[in-house]
Ligand binder design. Structure first.
Ligand code: GLU
Length: 422
């Protein structure tokens, strides 16, 4: 663990990593340097102070951020992360990723991200609500249905979006479309919450069809058991795949015969950790989980967990990025050399923001989706984008990441030029 942390410091920041991925793809795709220079930095970065009177009477002064990276293709779009590491550099990286993600998915949005540097697990429900309301009001002048639309991310959920939407609406009038990932009772779309996990499975199914893989009995390892990890595990289990390893912040576990996913989900829904579940397993160190031999490794927790310190020990046949930027550029180069395909975050976890697009459209049109239709549309869109990226990979003999960035960059560059920015 100490080695991994030391290595993170020695490699690059998330922001540098995402910029490097984009720069390399821009060069390979022959993008004009002037456009690249515009895309290399954010349009707007806001830092706000968010004070909170805690339940015990003490004062907490949290810092919050909203970074709007590029809005050439439409309103800024991206989640709100509540985490002690969600500093400006991290949020900046995540905002740029959203620009590439929405463009690759061909959604009419730009890219943004928000962060609040707190540990939400240490806050009471009253404290979390108060902090969220103040954060919403502090940012409200740069947000809006056609300006910038937040959504959940690590450390936030539908309840947080409900408070955020209410605080925003109290200033600007009823605006459900100004926030996505809301509870269904407040205009949320059925299917949005599982959409990132389901989307990962739709992409994996498309990969399996294209390369003749059988997902039944495929051995899968999922790092992280939050919204994304728990849903992908649940959906893969339903398909007959064998989920042999999972983890959360409290620990990692392994069972070669397959873990009892339903019981893990029940335990986590009741507020426990996967390691408390009444299932048969062997405990692992966090880093051991990432180096288990498996068909598919799905990092679905935080960024930069596959680094040059552990990449040589990775024994997966395929990596599907459920989290944002889980693989550092140095590790990515090693994986490419070793011939281990990596389906990048901006493609693999795109089900979340695509689901947000459906919710946004539903709120604007005052229309509601049936979940079956929502899922069918999600599957169709993600499969189409996967095929498009795979065609590019086969044509240019490059990685999925390079292909995904190249397609996204070309789209954003066209919009930037058409608007006359450069
Ligand atoms: N936070 C998710 C992501 O990183 C979803 C963003 C959204 O729905 O706007 O893609």
């Amino acid at each position: 663990m100490v080695d991994v942390l030391a290595d993170r410091v020695a490699e690059m920041t998330a922001d540098e990593a995402v910029r490097q991925y984009a720069e390399e793809a821009a060069e390979a795709a022959g993008l004009a340097p002037d456009v690249s220079r515009v895309l290399d930095s954010s349009y707007r970065e806001i830092t706000v102070q968010v004070p909170l009177r805690r339940d015990d009477g003490s004062l907490l002064v949290a810092h919050g951020y909203r970074v709007q990276h590029n809005g050439a293709r439409g309103p800024y779009k991206g989640g709100l992360r509540y985490h002690p590491d969600a500093d400006l550099s991290e949020v900046r990286a995540l905002a740029a990723l959203m620009t590439w993600k929405t463009a690759l998915l061909d959604l009419p949005f730009g890219g943004a991200k928000g962060g609040l540097q707190v540990d939400p697990t240490e806050l009471s429900a009253r404290e979390l609500q108060a902090l969220t309301r103040r954060f919403a009001v502090s940012l409200s002048h740069v947000l809006g249905v056609y300006r910038d639309i937040p959504a959940p991310d690590v450390g936030t959920n539908a309840q947080v979006m409900a408070w955020f939407m209410d605080a925003y609406s109290s200033r600007h009038g009823y605006s459900p479309a100004a926030v996505t990932g809301k509870p269904i009772d407040l205009g949320g779309a059925p299917g949005r919450e599982p959409a990132t996990g389901r989307g990962l499975v739709y992409i994996l199914e498309a990969f399996a069809r294209r390369y003749g893989w059988d997902l039944e009995e495929a051995r899968v390892v999922v790092q992280g058991f939050g919204n994304v990890g728990s849903w992908v595990a649940r959906e893969l289990d339903a398909l007959g795949a064998r989920v042999v390893g999972v983890s959360d912040v409290k620990g990692a576990m392994f069972n070669d015969g397959g873990l009892d996913v339903a019981e893990l989900v029940r335990t986590v829904e009741a507020g426990g950790s996967v390691v408390d579940a009444d299932v048969s397993y062997v405990s692992l160190a966090q880093d051991e989980l990432l180096t288990l031999e498996c068909d598919v490794l799905i990092p679905a927790a935080l960024g930069q967990c596959i680094t040059k310190a552990n990449v040589d020990r990775v024994r997966a046949a395929l990596i599907l990025e459920g989290a944002n930027h889980p693989v550092t550029p140095q590790a990515d180069a090693v994986l490419a050399e070793r011939g281990i395909p990596v389906i990048p975050d901006i493609l693999a976890n795109g089900g979340g923001v695509t689901g947000s697009y459906f919710e946004w459209a539903q709120n604007i049109q005052q229309f509601t989706w049936a979940e079956t239709r929502f899922n069918a549309e999600l599957r169709e869109r993600l499969t189409r984008v996967f095929d498009e990226v795979t065609d590019y990979v086969e044509r240019h003999l490059c990685t999925y990441r390079r292909a995904s960035y190249a397609i996204a960059l070309e789209r954003v560059a066209r919009a930037v030029r058409l608007r006359g920015y450069v």
